[in-house]
Design a binder for this molecule. Structure first.
Ligand SMILES: C[S@@+](CC[C@H](N)C(=O)[O-])C[C@H]1O[C@@H](n2cnc3c(N)ncnc32)[C@H](O)[C@@H]1O
Length: 229
């Protein structure tokens, strides 16, 4: 499955100024708790160098910095207007960079985070391989993204995803197409075991999934394999 990076970059450019507010409204503020959970996990892994790729307006990187004030936290995104929002909130190390081709040597980072970003990358296997490359062997990747819940929650969630979210997102940002894309991309994005398999096939071992709130979002954790073992 491939996403068009030109469309993705344009969509985020157009909603950049309203992105944070819209997120909090559409998720009823729960997205804040999920990012905090990711940041706590990264702190517990230890390490000094962290990359938050597809950082957007910097919400996740800001949480990591709060939990790890001594760490070097680089926040990178390929969409300059989204990065501008991160700049306005005062994040110290910002970089325009494409997650599909990162300007770092192999094994540079101890940990890597990506919140609601992998789903938007051109190819998921290509992105995961590149993220694995810049992690030191044994370093941890934490992916946070939406998923489709199973059981009774699935119907109401899909109703919200396809009927309510695009209308509200369009109303709040003026770009309904970006929120139609959001719903469709969540449907396409692999979740649970399928995502863990994708990670295992692209440079990670010990991949595991932590479903959040009945599976409406998930955290995936993968340990970068050692290419020499
Ligand atoms: C939904 S936002 C997520 C922002 C932030 N991580 C958060 O937790 O709110 C997705 C971000 O992914 C970025 N993105 C998509 N593809 C990318 C790529 N190939 N390289 C870098 N950033 C990318 C977009 O520009 C956008 O800012």
């Amino acid at each position: 499955m491939s996403q068009d990076p030109v469309f993705v970059s344009k969509a985020f450019s157009s909603i950049a100024k309203r992105y944070v507010l819209t997120n909090h409204v559409l998720s009823f503020g729960v997205d804040i708790l999920w990012r905090r959970q990711v940041a706590s996990m990264v702190r517990d892994f230890g390490g000094q160098r962290v990359l938050d790729i597809a950082c957007g307006s910097g919400d996740l990187a800001a949480e990591v910095i709060k939990k790890m004030p001594q760490a070097e936290v680089v926040a990178a995104d390929f969409c300059a207007p989204m990065l501008q929002q991160a700049r306005l909130r005062g994040l110290p190390m910002l970089l325009v960079a494409d997650g599909m081709q990162l300007p770092f040597e192999a094994g540079f980072f101890d940990s890597l985070t990506i919140g609601y970003g992998l789903r938007n990358m051109e190819t998921w296997d290509g992105a995961l391989s590149e993220l694995g490359r810049v992690l030191k062997p044994g370093g941890q990747l934490v992916v946070l993204d939406f998923s489709i819940p199973r059981g009774w929650l699935c119907g109401p969630y899909r109703f919200y995803l396809h009927r309510i979210l695009p209308v509200m997102g369009g109303w709040l940002t003026g770009n309904r197409e970006a929120y139609d894309y959001l719903s469709e991309s969540i449907e396409r994005f692999p979740s649970g075991d399928e995502m863990c398999d994708l990670m295992r096939n692209n440079g990670f071992d010990e991949a595991r999934c932590i479903p959040l709130w009945g599976g409406i979002s998930s955290i995936y954790v993968g340990r970068a394999s050692d290419p020499h073992s």
